[in-house]
Design a protein around this ligand. Structure first.
Ligand SMILES: Cc1cc2nc3c(=O)[nH]c(=O)nc-3n(C[C@H](O)[C@H](O)[C@H](O)COP(=O)(O)OP(=O)(O)OC[C@H]3O[C@@H](n4cnc5c(N)ncnc54)[C@H](O)[C@@H]3O)c2cc1C
Length: 240
């Protein structure tokens, strides 16, 4: 399905680089997707450099859950004259073009315990899946291991902390790799969080969903296999 969609809201992160946007768009009634899938977006005023009659399309995972009225994306802005830098100036009421949904990185509902491992904007498909499970009052254990650079990059922190308070089966584990000086939290990588975690079911029975940059995902996957988690229960979406 391809359609034009108006921006309903755009939120930027608060650091001086303004490196993230959480953007909400209108969702047509007929648009149907599963948590974990992605869309492709383009802007009428941003064409391919070598073929100016063609739109430049980029992929973004849907952060909202199918039960929500709008579509939501979280976008890392790269200052590389690509589509994300172009999107930086878009505001409420502006239109973009969307096509999709695409992808089969979706939740296998037949799990005993599920662990999501998100790196940076890799939180997007994960928060969609978590929102869906909690909305459905799923009572099985759900863990999020979330690695990001600093406080500014801790996307959805208020919502995630609220979720943990409200749903006893949801456990938020987060770790910044390079926290601001005034934020006194342990720093490191998600592997350290997984190492320390207490799970409810035997290791081999836990489903893992990983999303983030390809190199980091490979090393997390290797780590999980080395730690004797089940390699057949590791699913991932690479953004490279
Ligand atoms: C399945 C999937 C899901 C993803 N989900 C997310 C997500 O939720 N959030 C997120 O932040 N990222 C996501 N990404 C990454 C995202 O698609 C882009 O790769 C990333 O945003 C790069 O930003 P950019 O501004 O350089 O984009 P792009 O504009 O796509 O630029 C990428 C490269 O294309 C070239 N390019 C740029 N402009 C032009 C032009 N006008 N003509 C020709 N070539 C050009 C440049 O060489 C540039 O390095 C996802 C990727 C995939 C594959």
């Amino acid at each position: 399905m391809e359609f034009n969609s108006k921006i309903l809201e755009t939120k930027k992160c608060e650091d001086e680089k303004n490196c993230f946007r959480i953007v909400k768009f209108e969702k047509p009634k007929a648009f149907d997707f599963k948590s974990g899938q992605f869309i492709m977006i383009a802007s009428e005023d941003f064409k391919l450099r070598d073929a100016p009659e063609k739109l430049k399309w980029s992929s973004f995972s849907i952060a909202s859950s199918p039960f929500q009225k709008e579509l939501e994306l979280c976008i890392k802005i790269y200052e590389t004259k690509g589509l994300t830098e172009h999107l930086k100036s878009k505001k409420q009421g502006d239109e973009i073009i969307i096509k999709g949904p695409f992808g089969n990185f979706t939740l296998n509902k037949d799990f005993k315990e599920v662990s999501f491992v998100a790196l940076g904007t890799g939180i997007a498909p994960m928060i969609s899946m978590i929102r869906t499970l909690l909305h459905e009052n799923d009572l099985r254990p759900i863990n999020l291991f979330y690695g990001f650079r600093n406080r500014c990059c801790f996307l959805y922190h208020e919502e995630l902390i609220e979720m943990q308070k409200k749903f006893k089966n949801f456990k938020l584990n987060f770790i910044p790799s390079d926290p601001e000086q005034d934020w006194s939290v342990p720093k490191g990588y998600v592997q350290e969080l997984i190492e320390k975690a207490v799970f409810s079911v035997p290791k081999k029975e836990i489903d893992f969903y990983l999303c983030g940059p390809p190199k980091a995902l490979e090393s997390i996957k290797e780590f999980l296999i080395k730690k004797e988690f089940n390699k057949d229960k590791i699913f991932y979406e690479k953004w490279g």
